[in-house]
Design a protein around this ligand. Sequence first.
Ligand code: URP
Ligand code: ZN
Ligand code: ZN
Length: 490
Amino acid sequence: MTHDLVIRGGTCATAADTFTADVGITDGRIATLGTGLDGAEVIDARGKLVLPGGIEAHCHIAQESASGGMTADDYRTGSISAAFGGNSSFIPFAAQHRGMGVSETLDLYDSRASGQSVIDYSYHLIVADPTEAVLAEELPAAFARGVSSFKVFMTYDLMRIDDGQFLDILSVAKAHGALTMVHAENNDMIKWMSARLEAGGYTAPRYHAPSHPALAEAEAINRAVALARLAGAALMIVHVSTEEGARLVADARREGAAIFAETCPQYLFLTRDDLDRPGMEGAKFMCSPPLRDAATQAALWRHLQAGTFSLFSSDHAPYRFDASGKLSNGPDAPFRRIANGMPGLATRLPLLFSEGVNAGRITLQQFVALSAANAARLYGLAGRKGTIAVGADADIAIWDPEEVRTVRQADQHDAMDYTPYEGRELCGWPVTVLSRGVRVVDGGALVAAPGHGRFTARDPIDLTGYPGADIPELDPARNFGARIAPERRG
Ligand code: URP
Ligand code: ZN
Ligand code: ZN
């Protein structure tokens, strides 16, 4: 059998295994794993790593904030940057703002993404307005469309939902096998701290960090975990930035709850000292939750090594360092009026590979799990993406584990004017990235055209290994039955 393409002689890795094999690709899928395979085209991968293409599971693309600011990257630039960073697919957000319907939101993002992306994509639906119609009809319609995850906010006045709404959304998600994601920070704690800082005249970017205390994240994660456990629903806590937050996640997981968490490069590779750069430079390093300190970095690495985090995502939220982005409220805007977020699509995986795998902190299997395999399982792509296996999409990144490069903004291929990691020397880079067997990036050049990437309808979350909720308060036999039955008899 002659394959369309054979990747010859590389060291293949999945989240479970490392093996040497040729990868035979036909019709965009992995058809054969073996030796001596025939291909109409051959890529020589001897001395290279053949890994599942990354799945970037947290990024903001062509998305306006509730106050109207638009991200710098659209589906063309965002997908290209992601591909240069070793990703074969990504899942940005489709943001419902108050007053918008869910179908209207998804149609809007379809119009933004269609024909633009060089890699496959889906959306996490942000739910900011969970009306009765949204809960009863529109979320089920979104699941039917293959959007099997959504995000809620516990903070930001224009986006946040209250605890009752959170429980409603968790219940609907549970009924459909969807995964709810949460931005967990206590809104009132942040507002209270911000007001005090501002009243004291402390408005420079560096004061963004104390305005979002670690306690605000810990309180909200604790509450979010409790709400998910009451609803018996799975929950993904995104961008965990504190040791306290990570410990709460680890505790819940140890107790068997289907609680998952993600951390991001900025919390492992940057600190709040970066907010102290001269002038307004610190604004480049403002994100929420904010950067913490070196001790927190070390604690988060330990949790990454120990398995507390299922995902390592960029939270790419690109706002340029000019009047279109960070400085849209003036060159000296107070921290509360500076857009939150930083870029990172192209650096997420090289940072993790260099400082994780090559530095001996994590194994290659953990790298694959954190970069692709766990996202596939949790976000409904298992069997199709995130693995090197017969029948899976040929979404593959070929890495040179010894190549040394210095991070430069010019190599990010995004629409930004800075990278927070400028000048860092990293060892280990993706050299060829395939999407469904088609070369997207090869030898430092973009090869695929916008429109190659297509919307991927996703399946329900795979909760294998999680025994399911045992919530005494919700058990009719033990609770409602005991209380209600005598009344009925009477
Ligand atoms: O600062 C950040 N991360 N901005 C993006 C929005 C979010 O909360 O993820
Ligand atoms: Zn967030
Ligand atoms: Zn985000």
